[in-house]
Design a protein. Structure first.
Length: 526
């Protein structure tokens, strides 16, 4: 038996798409993507109408600043309290004081754009445009293929996981402990974020001159905590494919509404277990289908280094390359550092939790997850990373399919430790940048709403920005404050998604050892 296990490990390590060679290839891909993005990204940005897009954003920013300043003046005139009126007058003056700086940047970018247009026919820019187009195509294709596998993987794995548990009471036991783990770690992440942001106080040195609130964020201004939570269950009115219980399950699948598919698959799998021999045919079908989907995942991972390289290079290039990224960090360096420190500490806490509760080596467990973590960092999507996470957890870390097929799809939807920590830090940071001090009661509101908002966040890029509106509204902070952090959110989104995926994988290992291994017919994992 031991020889067979060693042979399997050796085969997996030598496979081009997995094991040590696969990890090494992805490391090379990320390094190459960073180098191309940092040192050739500006040329790609210039050749692909990047200056014009930046000009459009700056023009919209100037208009938004003018509108916000006018709103502040109106609030000042209507305020009965002289102190409130003075605060609004100060805010209006501050916003108007930023407009000349934005105008100067517009003038500078117009010169850059004109220079890029004059050189558009040069061989250098034509090559850069072609490289940018092909790189973007490779990254988009890889991401789309991963998303293509999410729906069939969630449905088949959840049904297989439920049916493999046998007694329907086992589902409730595993589900209860999974939710306890998820809610506990999410709450701990929020507390950690609040402690760090209160200690470091990054908002005192913030520069929001070029802050701009995007339309998808502004559209959520009237969102309330209760309304958001109700929509998680009922769905958005007028959208039959949204919510936990959509009226059209096929539309839910087309909208990648993973939570609805999880609920449907759990109920469907539980129903199959009650049919006896008649249900066995369907169970065998979904078992075979799940195996086929995992084989497709293996095939996709052969191309992972190319896709990850393309995603990394494209994301850096479309934001202007090394110089532009350095400028963003200089404006928001303390904020970025606070978020990264919090994510790193929580990452280590999760590893320590695995060791304390299961006795497993967290370093080895983490090394076996490297491909999933790098994929999460590249795609910024827990859902898109799910196929790779399941492969790493089951095959590399020997977590049983009974655990992985239940815990991981659920975690990719409701377990967002990194997002919760990020939202707590961001909200207090915004308050600090506005020279507002949040009291104990308001911090408790931030804790509760950030924890619940993270549960309601979709496993897609930048979903945390939308749910953050709920937290800001709950403590009475202006949504316009989010414009301060949008410049670096594309980078932090990848970091917090990596922690989200790691938390899911750690949860699968813990639930497997403490709960599933105690069920009939399941031994302790290796």
């Amino acid at each position: 038996m031991q020889a067979s296990d060693n042979s399997t490990v050796a085969q997996r390590a030598s496979a081009p798409g997995g094991g040590y060679r696969g990890v090494a290839a992805i490391l090379v891909a990320i390094t190459a993507g960073c180098l191309v993005g940092l040192f050739y990204g500006r040329t790609m940005w210039l050749a692909s109408q990047g200056p014009q897009r930046a000009l459009d954003r700056l023009s919209a920013t100037r208009q938004q600043k003018e509108a916000l300043a006018a709103d502040a003046e109106r609030l000042a005139e209507a305020a009965a309290d002289p102190r409130q009126a003075a605060r609004h007058h100060h805010e209006a003056a501050r916003l108007r004081g930023q407009i000349p700086t934005i105008a100067a940047e517009i003038d500078r970018l117009q010169d850059v754009r004109d220079e890029a247009l004059r050189a558009a026919d040069s061989t250098r820019y034509r090559v850069a445009a072609l490289v940018g187009q092909l790189t973007s195509f490779a990254g988009d294709l890889f991401l789309q293929v991963l998303k293509l596998l999410v729906i069939p993987l969630v449905v088949t794995s959840m049904i297989c996981g439920i049916t493999s548990l046998g007694d329907i009471r086992n589902v409730g036991r595993i589900g209860l402990w999974t939710l306890v783990y998820y809610m506990t770690t999410t709450a701990a992440a929020v507390v950690l974020g609040l402690m760090l942001v209160a200690w470091i106080q990054p908002g005192r040195a913030a520069d929001d001159t070029f802050a701009y609130v995007t339309e998808n964020v502004a559209a959520k201004q009237d969102t309330t905590a209760l309304g958001t939570l109700l929509n998680v269950f009922r769905g958005t009115p007028g959208d039959p494919g949204s919510g936990m219980f959509p009226s059209n399950i096929f539309l839910a699948a087309s909208n990648t509404n993973v939570l609805a598919l999880i609920v449907f698959s759990m109920v469907f799998g539980g129903a199959l277990t009650t049919l006896g021999a008649r249900g066995r045919v369907a169970i065998d079908f979904f078992t075979a289908a799940n195996g086929a989907v995992m084989q497709m995942v293996h095939a996709v991972m052969f191309a992972a280094p190319v896709g990850i390289f393309a995603l990394v290079a494209t994301n850096i290039a479309k934001n202007g390359g090394a110089a532009a990224f350095a400028t963003e960090l200089s404006r928001l360096g303390w904020y970025v550092g606070t978020v990264l420190l919090g994510l790193a500490v929580h990452f280590m806490i999760l590893g320590a939790l695995l060791w304390a509760l299961t006795g497993r080596n967290p370093l080895r467990y983490t090394v076996n997850l490297v491909r999933a973590l790098f994929t999460a960092m590249s795609t910024a999507s827990s859902s898109a990373t799910l196929p790779v996470t399941m492969e790493c957890v089951e095959e590399n870390n020997r977590v049983s399919n009974r655990s992985a097929s239940f815990v991981l799809p659920l975690g990719a939807t409701v377990n967002m430790d990194g997002t919760a920590l990020y939202e707590a830090v961001a909200v207090v940071f915004i308050a600090q940048s506005l020279n507002l001090d949040l009291g104990t009661g308001e911090l408790i509101v931030v804790f509760v709403t950030a924890t619940l908002a993270a549960v309601g966040a979709a496993g897609i890029p930048e979903a945390g920005l939308v749910t953050m509106v709920m937290v800001l509204t709950a403590v009475g902070l202006p949504v316009s404050g989010m414009g301060t952090i949008l410049a670096v959110d594309w980078f932090l989104d990848r970091m917090r998604t990596t922690v989200n995926v790691y938390g899911d994988a750690i949860g699968a290992g813990i639930i497997d050892r403490l709960v599933v291994s105690a069920l009939p017919g399941e031994g302790r994992p290796a």
